[in-house]
Design a binder for this molecule. Sequence first.
Ligand SMILES: CCCCCCCC/C=C\CCCCCCCC(=O)N[C@@H](COP(=O)(O)O)[C@H](O)/C=C/CCCCCCCCCCCCC
Length: 214
Amino acid sequence: MAGAQGAFSLREVLAAFQTCVTEQREVLLGPYLCGWRGLIRFLHSLGAIFSFISKDAVAKVQIMENYCRGEQREKYVSLQSMVEYELASGLVDVQKQSGRPDSGCRTVLRLHRALRWLQLFLEGLRTGREDSRTSVICTDSYNASLAAYHPWVVRKAATVAFCTLPPRNAFLEIMNVGTPEEAVAMLGEALPYICDVYGITQELFAQHKLLDLP
Ligand SMILES: CCCCCCCC/C=C\CCCCCCCC(=O)N[C@@H](COP(=O)(O)O)[C@H](O)/C=C/CCCCCCCCCCCCC
């Protein structure tokens, strides 16, 4: 699975996001976090300049993995069961700095917003011209999604890191899927699953008014 050690494989990330969604349209946290672990492994391979991003992503995935292994693990099987449990138990802070540990809802919301960036970025890579710049695709995707939630200093550091990204075709090659054409085909396969997970989560969080958790 995407959570295991070894080289990044887009196929494994795809499989993780594919198995996330059940027939009842629930999003399973196990494969969801496996998908994130796979993406983070890829981020590590891009160099130390991205480490401030991967550290934050790892911290958030770890918070969720701890819930999934903890005493209340049966409540953290899916996003739906997590939301129901945390809301019913008053575990979701709607105000900053309450001193309580970060809730699953708050933590998933951060990853969920990043999934929107990923969606836009992968779509940009997939449909971009051969000579298009990965840094531009990445910056545009970031500005249209995550940037709205980050302070100036984080936006600046992220933009500087994006400038070090290799050109589109070289980037597609390090995805470990084969030729750039094969990587593009694989992205076309992966995106609907990622979009599906994003859409279900967005609806769930909107329904429970959880989209602005501090
Ligand atoms: C399919 C293969 C190609 C794509 C591979 C992409 C791999 C990306 C892997 C991980 C993405 C990073 C996820 C980052 C989560 C950020 C969550 C967040 O917004 N955290 C901020 C708010 O948290 P709280 O303070 O409220 O707890 C936090 O302040 C953020 C700090 C770090 C900066 C985050 C910048 C995010 C940029 C995302 C783009 C990643 C660039 C990858 C380049 C290919």
